[in-house]
Structure formats: structure tokens, C-alpha cells
Design a protein around this ligand. Structure first.
Ligand code: ADP
Ligand code: ADP
Length: 233
């Protein structure tokens, strides 16, 4: 069974008397353990699709079954609960809180999950160590390189052990060396069984994914499954 199953998803934005069909009927199944890249020109609907996949926003129409349960009809509270359980997010701009240490940033989602402080900090320290940042736990984001910041963001995304990682241009602000290091982390997470879905503009980054889904004008125009993947070591 597909972990993600979209059927005829539409998203219409209305502003005054202007209507934008950001998604014009997207049908897409992603199976547990896949590593997929979504690519397409600016304005093609990639972010809208990611927001719906990540339960940050609801479609105007269609069905979205996530891990077997229909989510397109959930209210905001139910949607947030599903999101916290199922999805880990990684963003282009890292989205770390500047006044908090790396450790506190990673531990943050556990506050909302009701975990006690001692367990939060222990778990966050383990996750930081898993991304090679054990010796940077007391640093604030400004005291870390871009690649290190993104590793903190990945450790945070994994803290509730979500089965799905959604990454929106995760290497957009990084140099080539850091980008490749971040992509190797996604490779490892995928090899450990997590489903990884990322949006990227860069062919070199899309090359890490086994499946490349092309979006244009709110529709999927091409869906490639590669026999050989150049990226992951
Ligand atoms: P991409 O991520 O591929 O650049 P988007 O999903 O951001 O594309 O946008 C798809 C279309 O929907 C664009 O025409 C964009 O202007 C429009 N759009 C996106 N978000 C909104 C919004 N919140 N309100 C109105 N229009 C939007
Ligand atoms: P566990 O059996 O507790 O998941 P692991 O050592 O596999 O033990 O992972 C400890 C924590 O680190 C978990 O929360 C896991 O999600 C996270 N983690 C595991 N592998 C990685 C990785 N490659 N990068 C970042 N975090 C990871």
C-alpha cells in the first residue's frame, strides 16, 4: 500500500476576482521507503504540492490518503496532529530559532509532544550526535556554518521519528560540499527505511533520488523511475 496516495488533487487560490489553479488534478502514489525529487519551473505548483503532502495546507478538492487514512477532510487540529506524527520538515532557510542553542532547537518539538525535560535533552543530544554535531550542541545557529545549521534542522525533523521526511530546496543555501554532505544524510535516512520527498531546482541534487517527478502548470508531466542512481554512496 502506498504511504502517500493523492487522487485528483486540486488547489485553487482566490484573491479578489483572480483565481489561480495552483494544482489542476494531481494523482500520485508514493510507496513507503521511496526517495523522490519533485522538480519544475517557478510557479508550477511545487510548494503548493509540498504543503499539501506535508499536511500544512488542505486541497480544494480530491482525496489524500496518508498511511491509509483520508486527511483531505481533517480540520486544522486533526491535521496538525497527523503532521506531528508522520512528517519531518527540512526547509531551505533552516527555520531555526536564533536565540536557542542547537540542542534546544532539536528538542523543541518534544515540548509540544509533552516529553519531560531530561528525556528531551537526552534525545536531542542523541539526534545531534547522529548528524555529527555532538560537539556543537551549545552553539547558536549564527555560530554554525550553513551545512551545520541544516544538520541541526534534520536532527530536529527526526526527533518524533516520522516515517516521512519532506525537504523544500534543502541545499538551496549551501555550497557544493555542504550540499553533498546533506544529501548523504538523506541517503542514509532513506536507506534506514524513511520515505524522503524533496523539492529541488538543481539537477545534481535531483540525481540523488531514484524517482523524479516533474511538475508544470499544476500538473505532473513526467514521472521517472531510474534504474541506476548516481548520487547516494
Ligand atoms: P512553485 O513552488 O513551483 O514556485 P507555487 O506552488 O508556489 O509554485 O505556486 C503555484 C501557483 O499558485 C503560482 O501561480 C502562485 O502564484 C500561486 N500561489 C501560491 N501560493 C499562493 C497563495 N497563498 N495565494 C495565492 N496564490 C498563490
Ligand atoms: P533508535 O533505535 O533510538 O532510533 P538510532 O541510533 O537509530 O536509535 O537513532 C537515534 C536517534 O537519531 C533517533 O531519533 C533517530 O531518528 C535519529 N537518527 C538516526 N539516524 C540518523 C541520521 N542518520 N541522521 C540523523 N538522525 C538520525
Amino acid at each position: 500500500m502506498a504511504i502517500i496516495d493523492l487522487t485528483n488533487i486540486t488547489k485553487i487560490y482566490t484573491m479578489g476576482d483572480t483565481t489561480v489553479h495552483a494544482l489542476a488534478g494531481v494523482t500520485l502514489a508514493i510507496h513507503n521507503g521511496e526517495f523522490a525529487a519533485i522538480i519544475g519551473p517557478s510557479g508550477s505548483g511545487k510548494s503548493t504540492l509540498m504543503n499539501i503532502l506535508g499536511c500544512l495546507d488542505q486541497p480544494t478538492g480530491g482525496s489524500y490518503r496518508l498511511d491509509g487514512a483520508e486527511v483531505a477532510t481533517l480540520n486544522d487540529t486533526q491535521l496538525a496532529a497527523t503532521r506531528n506524527q508522520k512528517i519531518g520538515f527540512v526547509f531551505q532557510n533552516f527555520n531555526l530559532l536564533p536565540r536557542m542553542s542547537a540542542l534546544q532547537n532539536v528538542a523543541l518539538p518534544l515540548i509540544y509532544a509533552g516529553v519531560n525535560k531530561k528525556s528531551r535533552l537526552e534525545k536531542a543530544a542523541r539526534n545531534l550526535a547522529a548528524v555529527g554535531l555532538a560537539d556543537r550542541k551549545d552553539h547558536r545557529p549564527t555560530e554554525l556554518s550553513g551545512g551545520q545549521r541544516q544538520r541541526v534542522a534534520i536532527a530536529r525533523a527526526l526527533i518524533n521519528a516520522p516515517p516521512i521526511i519532506i525537504a523544500d530546496e534543502p541545499t538551496g543555501n549551501l555550497d557544493t560540499k555542504s550540499s553533498n554532505e546533506i544529501m548523504e544524510i538523506f541517503c542514509r535516512l532513506n536507506q534506514q527505511g524513511r520515505t524522503v520527498i524533496m523539492v529541488t531546482h538543481e539537477p545534481d541534487i535531483a540525481a540523488y533520488a531514484r524517482r523524479v517527478i516533474h511538475v508544470r502548470d499544476g500538473k505532473i508531466t513526467q514521472d521517472e523511475m531510474k534504474q541506476e542512481v548516481d548520487g547516494c554512496s
